[in-house]
Ligand binder design. Structure first.
Ligand code: AMP
Length: 364
């Protein structure tokens, strides 16, 4: 079976790794000269809107998925009627725009931090008056990993923040003093069968995910599942969907959803009966879904900017390095480590050791 993928980063790479034992071949479209997936799948090198390349993809497959949410609408228009695209493009339309996304959450009775749309500096001043500070000004489109965002601690910072995000349509959002950040990942099949992974607790550094730990029997699991199930049905979804949440005073508030496999679900490669990547492929290919059961205490650490020394990672029992084969650059996700343990105490100990190894300069 052939599957087309828009985007060839590490998520496409891990989809290719999951598809290989199932006999699935991936062809991906990506403009990059050093796409992470290129050593594992066939690359069509060029723009996402390149009609000739999209036609070439259609010659090998009519089943297309994507690994990033900013798929240009032109690409979707070119594919319209010629291919099945999963997850459905209406999930993209809502996921690409923070305002549409927050309004969808509200329609589905999913709690969100207080927010206002902001189209100009006056609008920002009004939003700050209504919501107060601290708050976060976020670009409506194309922001991720904390990019295109400015924290406003005092109303006097409004103008600098507005200039900082380059005066594009935005939302101003209350900054939540959360107790923890969590995410929930679910998969839905073409027949509407749904499976949900255990809740994941996430730690971010400078807006970028640093660490995820799979939660066992978490008290917030039920609320998170109820939220994501509403989204899955409303979007008539097929594939893997991730929902990022803040926990505050025993409540969950939605931050954003991603209509794709997600960084906070990488632990499922080692820690779940079926990984998020395999389940995404099963769902879009019309196959039965696999169990999402947690196998053991499990976590994931992102390698940001550089890879840690290989030998030292491997000296830690239960640690599994994933090298994305990307050039090292500050702030860039170049790999991750999946970590399995016998019990929660061992997991914490291994996490501490790994965190020390990650800070060690490479080559030592
Ligand atoms: P985002 O790109 O929206 O996922 O934001 C990246 C990170 O910034 C989140 O994971 C949070 O750590 C933080 N953040 C974003 N929005 C808020 C908010 N309204 N309140 C508190 N922290 C936030």
């Amino acid at each position: 079976m052939n599957i087309g993928v828009l985007g060839g980063g590490q998520l496409a790479r891990m989809l290719a790794q999951a598809g290989s034992p199932l006999g699935m071949e991936l062809t991906f479209l990506d403009p990059s000269a050093h796409a992470s997936a290129s050593s594992l799948a066939h690359q069509l090198k060029g723009d996402y809107q390149d009609g000739r390349l999209l036609e070439e993809m259609l010659q090998t497959t009519q089943l297309i998925t994507y690994e990033f949410e900013n798929v240009p609408s032109e690409s979707l228009a070119l594919l319209h009627g010629k291919a099945t695209i999963y997850p459905p493009p209406q999930a993209l339309a809502n996921g690409q725009d923070r305002l549409a996304e927050n309004r969808l959450f509200q329609r589905l009775d999913i709690a969100v931090p207080d927010f206002r749309p902001v189209d100009d500096l006056d609008g920002l001043s009004q939003a700050i008056e209504q919501i107060g500070t601290p708050g976060i000004l976020k670009c409506r489109r194309e922001g991720y990993d904390g990019k295109g965002q400015a924290v406003i601690r005092h109303p006097a910072e409004a103008m600098a923040a507005w200039d900082g995000i380059q005066q594009v349509p935005a939302i101003y959002e209350q900054q939540v003093a959360f107790e923890r950040e969590v995410s929930i990942i679910a998969v839905r099949s073409q027949t509407g069968e749904t499976r949900t992974y255990p809740l994941t607790e996430n730690i971010h550094r400078h807006g970028i995910l640093r660490q995820s730990v799979a939660c066992q029997a978490d008290p917030m699991q039920q609320m998170a599942e109820s939220f994501i199930n509403r989204l899955l049905s409303a979007l008539d979804y097929v594939g893997v969907l991730a929902l990022e949440l803040f926990q505050q005073n025993g409540q969950l508030l939605a931050n954003e959803f991603a209509p794709r496999v997600h960084n906070s679900g990488h632990w499922t490669i080692e820690g779940a009966e079926t990984s998020q990547f395999e389940n995404h492929l099963r769902a879009i290919a019309g196959l039965p879904l696999g169990s999402t059961r947690l196998l053991c205490p499990c976590a994931m650490l992102n390698c940001i900017g550089k890879l840690p020394p290989l030998k030292e990672v491997m000296a830690i029992d239960g640690a599994h390095l994933h090298d994305y084969r990307k050039h090292e650059r500050p702030g860039r996700k170049v790999g991750h480590i999946g970590l399995r343990a016998q019990n929660a105490a061992d997991l914490q100990q291994a996490l501490q050791r790994l965190n020390t190894v990650m800070e060690t300069p490479t080559g030592t």
